[in-house]
Design a protein around this ligand. Structure first.
Ligand code: TNX
Length: 522
């Protein structure tokens, strides 16, 4: 083994190095353009330096990249700030938009790999960070290892030029930490996983009937009592404001924006059980650990309800740098239509009074929500029950859309009837079905400019820890990420080849993906 930081560890799984897989078949999401360049590959070796000319904002991205590469390769890979670029370097550089034709928006990048050097350029550090994910996928999957991989891996990147920009600005993944609690460490790991596929939003479903997961000053029983239950009666858990800040900080380092959700006015049993005075009759209901929906409601005509929400939203707004606060609004089956509209309009004002934009499930379009608000479409276009709100209602309201059609984007649904985990009310949803749709044409009457992006919600009624979450997310989540990033028109036949090449990477990362028979895994 080469010299480096101690002996190579043996517990990195033995996976194919994908040396023979062409660059174009290794990338998810598909880039806007990729072409092969003449000449041999670039190789990481003992002399390779990571170079950041000029601007210091790029330094952090370079350090993150170098750190990951060092862990697995054992190479020194020093990070240098210099405008003199040495031969053989891996260069990260910020440019003005004019210098990067074809690169659009703050997250676009250009990656130019030649045997003599790698040049990654973008107009923002976020763009560089997205480009780093492409570079990762062009390296052998062993690069993902958390410890040094034994000798014999050729750390080569084929000579290519990638010019790439996202289709949508919102590419999210939701974690329901209310039905089953996930620890800060588990949430961070999921952030890493979604960032690998260039997703940029982590939506945290922080409250529901079964649990309340975020500390709110002045309302200690929300967590001390409401935080201690979850589906099935196991102990649950909650995040202190410090924990939440840590998640936000970790996500921001990966250019992922956190969207906190407090689900209202339904899905509120945990709050109602924690504070008798929040209930219309002043009596706290028992805690709930089942999986029914639609039975709880905040007390709409009580002023305390809005003082409570002002505290919750105000503190979340303070803790959250991103522009959105998600107020739920789904399945409020125990709230009258009139009360629902009154409630949503008041909550929308509360959110805006704290300088944020209101986001809610598509039902909120029944109310008059101010411009700048976002409706998250989830119920199938074919309708469902009377009063079902669809994406077109939301657009008519002047709201922007995030598309999460349950039959496609809900990664909590079973893959097929025999899947041991997950729900099936909107599925089962095969990997092909989760990929084979378009966010703009899925609902008639929606136009490209109405759509902010896509999101893959992970409900956790049946999922007890991150290992089970990963089994449902992989292999479907990368396909939803591609819906958000890549140009329309990708076909399943072509995608399944690229998806297959991801599995050795998951194995090295310790992700126990579902081994779908729809894909020819390497
Ligand atoms: C419906 S989708 C819900 C959630 C459940 C999910 C299970 C939506 C906005 N509400 O309360 O967890 O189905 O798939």
């Amino acid at each position: 083994p080469a010299a480096g930081a101690g002996p190579a560890r043996a517990d990195v799984p033995d996976v194919p190095d994908l040396r023979d897989v062409p660059a174009a078949e290794r990338l998810v999401p598909a880039p806007s353009s990729l072409r092969d360049l003449p000449g041999g590959p670039f190789r990481l070796d003992h002399a390779t330096q990571v170079v950041v000319p000029g601007r210091p904002e790029t330094l952090r991205v370079a350090q993150q990249l170098a750190q990951q590469l060092r862990r697995s390769t054992g190479l020194p890979l020093p990070v240098l700030r210099t405008s003199r670029v040495p031969e053989g370097a891996l260069v990260l550089r910020l440019r003005g938009a004019k210098g990067l034709p074809g690169v659009e928006g703050p997250e676009g990048y250009r990656l130019d790999v030649r045997s003599s050097r790698v040049l990654l350029e973008a107009t923002t550090p976020a763009g560089l960070s997205r480009g780093v994910q492409t570079l990762r996928q062009l390296l052998p999957p062993q690069v993902e290892a958390q410890e040094r991989v034994g000798a014999g891996v050729d750390w080569a990147v084929d000579a290519v030029r990638v010019v790439d920009s996202p289709r949508f600005m919102y590419r999210g993944a939701m974690l329901d930490v209310a039905r089953h609690f996930l620890t800060v460490e588990e949430v961070k790991r999921y952030v890493d996983e979604i960032a690998l596929y260039k997703m940029n939003v982590l939506h945290l479903h922080l409250s529901d009937d079964q649990g309340w997961r975020i500390e709110i000053e002045g309302w200690p029983r929300l967590t001390r009592s409401g935080g201690t239950t979850e589906v099935g009666g196991t102990p649950g858990g909650w995040y202190s404001q410090e924990d939440y800040r840590e998640i936000v900080r970790y996500a921001a380092e990966r250019f992922v924006t956190v969207v906190p959700e407090i689900d209202t006015p339904g899905h509120t049993n945990a709050a109602l059980a924690s504070y008798a005075r929040l209930n219309c009759d002043g009596v706290a209901p028992p805690v709930y650990t089942g999986i029914e929906v639609g039975f709880s409601s905040l007390c709409i005509r009580k002023e305390l309800t809005y003082r409570f929400l002002d505290d919750v939203v105000g503190q979340l707004a303070e803790l959250t740098p991103g522009p959105w606060i998600h107020v739920g609004g789904d399945e409020a089956l125990s709230t009258s239509d009139e009360d629902y509209r009154y409630f949503v309009e008041r909550v929308d004002r509360i959110v805006r009074s704290h300088g944020k934009r209101t986001m809610g499930w598509a039902e909120i379009s029944a109310a008059d929500v101010a411009r700048g608000g976002v409706a998250q479409y989830w119920n199938p276009a074919s309708g469902g029950a009377e009063g079902t709100r669809t994406a077109t209602d939301a657009v008519a309201q002047g709201l922007d859309l995030v598309m999460s059609p349950a039959s496609r984007a809900y990664v909590d649904q079973k893959y097929d009837p025999s899947t041991p985990l997950g729900l099936a009310w909107a599925g089962p949803t095969s990997v092909e079905q989760s990929y084979d749709w378009d966010p703009v044409t899925f609902v008639d009457g929606v136009r490209e400019r109405d759509v902010l992006g896509v999101e893959a919600p992970m409900w956790t009624e049946t999922l007890q820890d991150l290992d089970q979450v990963e089994f449902m997310a992989f292999p479907r989540l990368p396909g939803i990420a591609e819906k958000g990033w890549s140009a329309p028109g990708g076909t399943w036949e072509e995608y399944r080849v690229r998806l297959a090449a991801q599995s050795p990477r998951w194995e090295v990362l310790g992700i126990d993906a579902y081994c779908s028979p729809e894909v020819d895994w390497p």
